[in-house]
Ligand binder design. Structure first.
Ligand code: NIG
Ligand code: FE
Length: 399
């Protein structure tokens, strides 16, 4: 068993007990990795001997980011659509069908290359866990292959056959819902951990969304929902009703939506690792790239709702893989403190995926972490756009 000591850590974000404040901060710390897991954390002066050593040189060390919402399996891009939006066009989600056409026409190897490129891009920016959705295939074969390719690089895969109704089913959405719940789910489920629906005017109404999510649950998939992105609607409350791990976007919320989320907040972190809270996952890259008002994170936090931050990386509404960018937006535009944003991008993302082995650093957790080119986590928001991730360890292995 080989061991690795990360030593001379100026500020260690643990998100765990034993440290100060909500981030569980420790100063002048060291961390020992054995077999891909954190084996020990303590004062640098008490550090045990190890086979190898990384000197953090007084920098900040954080858990790897947990990006709990990304759409990486697609072909082509929509840069022209972005340019049109910046010239005043609204975002409607209508461009999803453009990407569906390109994705269906692409070979497996082309899709695989894009997924791996974006996965690598995210990893270099500190993301060690990333959820990947299907949703640009929308046929039985294309959804199954999207998830098969996603599962090659992530264990957090999500079946989003209900992204939009594809053009060939435009005038018979009930038939499409039947396809999604029947043969498409059967083909996709072996490669998926989660089921998701875009519950929004112009995509799936609440009855269709409930039916699809219930079918997914019946075959053992966990629930997540694209909810309340483009306007108010029933998506958030549907997610709470079904015990969703996360409702995502949450841009247009009523008091009833916030109350429903807050009612789930007694979150069980018991021995079996069960969690019951429905997390509100905010995706500020989407508001940035669609020039829309940002969700009100402060309102959710003040109500006691668990908040996560994720990129929503996709070619239409948010073509960024950068969690540091999302942290900076959340602090500047959504009234989150830097500590709240860093927690939401690490431990919050882990809650949204119902994981307790990532997003925090404590003995037994995965040794997924990053060393910053900065003395404190504050710099992630304070120095926007600057590449501050010096080194990433994934499963204890320097990348
Ligand atoms: O999360 N809202 C639905 N789906 C994506 C956008 C997909 C696209 O525009 O291609 C999202 O923003
Ligand atoms: Fe999304």
């Amino acid at each position: 068993m080989s061991s690795l000591l990360v030593d001379n850590i100026g500020e260690l974000v643990t998100n765990s007990e034993g440290g100060a404040g909500p981030l569980g901060l420790r100063r002048d710390a060291a961390l020992l990795v054995e077999d891909g897991l954190v084996a020990w954390i303590g004062p640098a002066r008490d550090a045990p001997a190890a086979d190898r050593r990384i000197d953090a040189e007084g920098a900040a060390v954080l858990p790897g980011f947990v990006d709990s919402h990304a759409h990486l399996v697609f072909a082509g891009d929509r840069a022209a659509e972005f340019a049109a939006r910046m010239a005043g066009e609204p975002y409607t989600g209508g461009g999803i069908r453009t990407t569906v056409g390109a994705t269906r026409a692409a070979s497996d190897d082309e899709l695989r290359a894009t997924v791996r490129r974006l996965r690598g891009e995210a990893l270099r920016q500190g993301t060690t866990t990333i959820e990947i959705k299907s949703g640009y295939g929308l046929t039985v074969a294309d959804e199954a292959r999207s998830l098969r390719i996603a599962a090659e690089v992530s264990e957090e895969t999500t079946f989003l056959g209900a992204h939009v109704v594809p053009a060939e089913y435009a005038d018979r959405p009930d038939d499409y819902v039947g396809l999604v719940c029947g043969p498409m789910l059967a083909a996709a489920a072996p490669y998926a951990r989660w089921v998701d629906v875009f519950c929004e005017r112009g995509a799936f109404d609440v009855d269709h969304a409930r039916a699809i999510l219930a079918c997914g649950q019946a075959v053992g998939l966990g629930v997540r929902v694209h909810a309340n992105q483009l306007g108010p609607g029933p998506g958030v409350r549907l997610g709470v009703e079904l015990g969703a791990a996360s409702v995502d976007h949450c841009t247009h919320l009523t008091d009833a939506d916030v109350d429903a989320l807050a009612s789930t907040r007694i979150d069980c972190m018991c021995a079996e690792g069960r969690h019951t809270a429905t997390v509100a996952t905010l995706l500020p890259g989407a508001e940035f790239s669609t020039r829309s008002p940002y969700p009100d994170a402060r309102r959710l936090l003040d109500a006691g709702v668990t908040v996560a931050l994720a990129t929503d990386c996709n070619p239409g509404s948010s073509y960024t893989s950068s969690m540091p960018f999302c942290i900076a937006l959340a602090v500047r535009e959504m009234r989150m403190t830097p500590a709240e944003a860093v927690w939401a991008a690490t431990a919050g993302g882990a809650r949204a995926l119902r994981r307790d082995d990532v997003g925090r650093l404590r003995p037994g957790a995965r040794a997924d972490l990053m060393i910053l080119d900065a003395p404190s986590h504050l710099h992630l928001a304070y120095r926007p756009g600057v590449p501050l991730i010096r080194q990433v360890l994934h499963n204890g292995v320097p990348q």
